[in-house]
Design a protein around this ligand. Sequence first.
Ligand SMILES: Cc1ncc(COP(=O)(O)O)c(C=O)c1O
Ligand SMILES: [Zn+2]
Length: 430
Amino acid sequence: MAVQTVASTTDTAASPVDLGPAAALSCRECGHRVPLGPVFACEECFGPLEIAYDFSAYDTEELRRRIEAGPANIWRYAPLLPVPADVATKPNINPGWTKLVKADNLARELGVTGGLYVKDDSGNPTHSFKDRVVAQALEAARAFGFTTLSCSSTGNLAGAVGAAAARAGFRSCVFIPHDLEQGKVVMAAVYGGELVGIEGNYDDVNRFCSELIGDPAGEGWGFVNVNLRPYYAEGSKTLAYEICEQLGWQLPDQIVVPIASGSQLTKIDKGLQELIKLGLVEDKPYKIFGAQAEGCSPVSTAYKAGHDVVRPQKPNTIAKSLAIGNPADGPYVLDIARRTGGAVEDVTDEQVVDAIKLLARTEGIFAETAGGVTVGVTRKLIENGVLDPSLTTVVLNTGDGLKTLDAVAGTGLTATIRPNLESFREAGLV
Ligand SMILES: Cc1ncc(COP(=O)(O)O)c(C=O)c1O
Ligand SMILES: [Zn+2]
């Protein structure tokens, strides 16, 4: 499996679209380059295409000043993204610049002494990190002349696409497994687009979307995570940029990232590599840890077995946003975890719920199940001596607990009393 490299900075392949520093699409496996377009697989080897940039004109200190003077959202990093220079003036959902919370209480509970931070992406417009990737895909859809935005989703992406399409005046038609959490279904439907439940799991939904793309019925549609995937995926780099900038332009030593398709984890690594190459952070080692739920753990299973190949699984977990049994970027995640000295681990649904409550009780952050997975895995990795508690560690919370209320359904009233002091005293609360 090829180790990821930041694409060459010298490519100047002519392209009819203006997507800023994006110069071409480059195959991650064989390096074959094609002009920017709504394609995602290499015509030579079927490997995934990703964006190759021309960053050659940048002066490090000038770039740093430009970023710091930019808006308080992902567009401060426009010089490093496949978007036109005037992106901030266009109708978009403008996600990002979410809080990096110094989690001292959680650190004490977990025994972390080197500094523990939670990157809290529940603060995005539709309350998950998916707004970052959709905002990118929307700009690509605009550049390529699509008028309908679509996706296959485990829930969060559907809401992000619905919101972005509504704001930018696109039609949206999105596809989800029919049995998702009510919070996610409502979040996806409320923006007025079409929402279709598919009788099957996420992998069935994804297969259906691939068929639709090849059919006249899907003509003119931008599927954010299929034919716009190279652009979409770049949105996750902004998590890496923000974490480093918020740490005072420093790399963290360790990052714990949830895995569904694995795209986010691979792009966080790409973002960190770019910051090093551009001189915006000091070049030093960092470790990336991947987190899954035991009920959908194809990548951690492969990692623990020492395999390079990820065997598909049938998901069965409360962490539905991470329930991708056949993760497209799984092998790249294995590469990155092994190359950086990280690991991939999983936790049970019970541990996910415990971790959601732990984060809420210690830091006042209510995470969705994906955040329970990362916090739970962090705890397990510390207990197993894999994650070093003396190093600076960032844990991602990628979604809002209000979306997965069922996960903590037993949590509720401490007591029900009559409206008088006697009844209050009787309840044993004083
Ligand atoms: C809340 C949340 N976190 C993390 C992920 C993982 O994303 P990826 O598919 O990039 O691994 C998802 C994907 O749906 C998600 O909804
Ligand atoms: Zn190729």
